[in-house]
Design a protein around this ligand. Structure first.
Ligand SMILES: [Zn+2]
Length: 357
C-alpha cells in the first residue's frame, strides 16, 4: 500500500490506478486529500485547464472541436467496512469503492492524462459527496456555481453499470396519504370514526394498481407504485383518529415531476396527499446524434437505468447523459465490493476508441 501522500501516478494501468485510489480513503465529507491529489496530477498536463470549487475538480481540453463531451465521476465512497486496503484475487480487485466508483474515476484520470489529442473536446469532472444527502452533492454545487464548467453536448456518468450503457434514470416521488377520523374509547367505538379502517380503500387502490411498462429510445422502463410503511394507532383501547400510508412512486422518464405528482393525485383522489421527497427522471436521449455516436463506438445493447443517478442533473440542464462504468452496480456499497480488472481495461479502451476515431 502506497502512502496517500504520494502523488498519483497516472501512468499506472487502470486496475493499478483503481487500487491506488481505493487505498486513498475518501468517505463522503473527507475527500480533500484525494481532491488535492487529483488536482495536482491533472495540473501536470499542458493540454488541460483545471478548475476547482470546494472538493470538486474540473479539467477541460481546448482542442477547438465542434463537440464537447463530459465524463463525470464522484470521488467519495460509503463508509469503509474493513475492506481497505484493496487486494487482488485473480481478475477481481476487492475494496471499498472498487465498483462505486473509483474504477470509473481511474478510467477518467487515465483518459485525461493520455488523450492529448481527441476527436472531441472533453471535460473531466470529479466531485464530492454523492453518497450522502442531495443538498451536499458536489455536482449539484457545480451546476449552481459554475454551470459553464459543465457545459457539453453529451455526458457519461461513470457510475457502476457492468460495462453496459444504461440510459436515463427513473424518477422518484415519495408521498404520504393521510386519513383522519375521530378518536374515541374502544368500548364505545360508535362514538368514533376509525382512521385505520379508512386505509383499506387506499391499500385496495395500491394493490389493484397496474404499473406501466414504457419503451423510450428502445429501452423498457418499469414503473412501480407501492406502500412502503403505514403509521397509525394510539393505544389498545383507543379508536385511532389518524393513519398515514407512505407510498413510493418510481416513474419512467416520459413523465415530468409535475406529471408524476398529478398522476399520484389522480390515483388517490379524495384523499389528502403530501409530497415528502421528489427527484425528476432523466430521458435516455439515445436518439440524439452525440449519444448515437457514443453507442456505436462502445457497442453492446443499452438497457434502462432503474435507480436514480446524477444523470438526472445533467438532463435537467439540457445535457443528455448515460451511465457507463466498469463497476458492478449489484456490488456497490457491499463489504465484499469488487470490480473486474478486465472490465476496467475494456471500458477505458472503448472510451478511448470513441474519443480517438
Ligand atoms: Zn456511485
Amino acid at each position: 500500500m502506497s502512502s496517500p501522500n504520494e502523488p498519483l501516478d497516472l501512468t499506472l494501468d487502470g486496475g493499478a490506478l483503481t487500487a491506488r485510489l481505493v487505498d486513498f480513503p475518501s468517505v463522503s465529507g473527507e475527500e480533500t486529500a484525494l481532491a488535492d491529489a487529483v488536482e495536482a496530477a491533472l495540473r501536470a498536463f499542458p493540454h488541460l485547464t483545471v478548475d476547482r470549487h470546494g472538493n470538486n475538480v474540473v479539467a477541460r481540453t481546448h482542442f477547438g472541436r465542434d463537440e464537447r463531451v463530459v465524463l463525470a465521476g464522484h470521488l467519495d465512497t460509503v463508509p469503509i467496512a474493513d475492506n481497505v486496503p484493496s487486494h487482488v484475487e485473480g481478475d477481481l480487485l476487492y475494496g471499498c469503492g472498487t465498483s462505486d466508483m473509483k474504477s470509473g474515476v481511474a478510467v477518467q484520470l487515465r483518459l485525461a492524462a493520455t488523450l492529448t489529442e481527441a476527436n472531441r473536446d472533453v471535460t473531466y469532472v470529479f466531485y464530492d459527496c454523492e453518497e450522502v444527502e442531495a443538498t451536499r452533492n458536489g455536482l449539484g454545487h457545480l451546476f449552481a456555481t459554475h454551470p459553464d464548467w459543465l457545459a457539453g453536448d453529451f455526458a457519461v456518468l461513470m457510475e457502476p453499470s457492468g460495462a453496459v450503457v444504461e440510459g436515463g434514470c427513473q424518477g422518484s416521488l415519495r408521498a404520504d396519504v393521510t386519513l383522519t377520523g375521530v378518536r374515541a374509547h374502544a368500548a364505545r367505538g360508535w362514538l368514533g370514526d376509525n382512521a385505520v379502517h379508512k386505509a383499506a380503500e387506499v391499500l385496495r387502490r395500491l394493490a389493484e394498481y397496474q404499473p406501466r411498462r414504457v419503451e423510450i429510445d428502445g429501452l423498457e422502463y418499469r414503473e412501480g407504485l407501492n406502500a412502503t410503511r403505514i403509521d397509525g394507532g394510539v393505544a389498545g383501547n383507543v379508536i385511532p383518529d389518524e393513519c398515514t400510508v407512505h407510498v413510493a412512486f418510481r416513474f419512467a422518464p416520459d413523465r415530468t415531476l409535475e406529471q408524476a405528482e398529478e398522476h399520484l393525485r389522480e390515483v388517490f383522489e379524495g384523499y389528502r396527499l403530501d409530497i415528502a421527497d421528489a427527484s425528476p427522471a432523466a430521458l435516455p436521449g439515445l436518439g440524439l446524434p452525440a449519444a448515437r455516436a457514443f453507442l456505436a463506438a462502445v457497442g453492446g445493447e443499452p438497457r434502462a437505468k432503474f435507480g436514480w443517478t446524477d444523470v438526472a442533473r445533467f438532463s435537467a440542464h439540457g445535457v443528455p447523459a448515460v451511465n457507463y462504468g466498469p463497476g458492478d452496480p449489484n456490488l456497490a456499497h457491499k463489504r465484499e465490493e469488487h470490480c473486474s480488472l478486465s472490465a476496467i481495461a475494456e471500458v477505458e479502451q472503448r472510451l478511448r476508441d470513441w474519443l480517438s476515431r
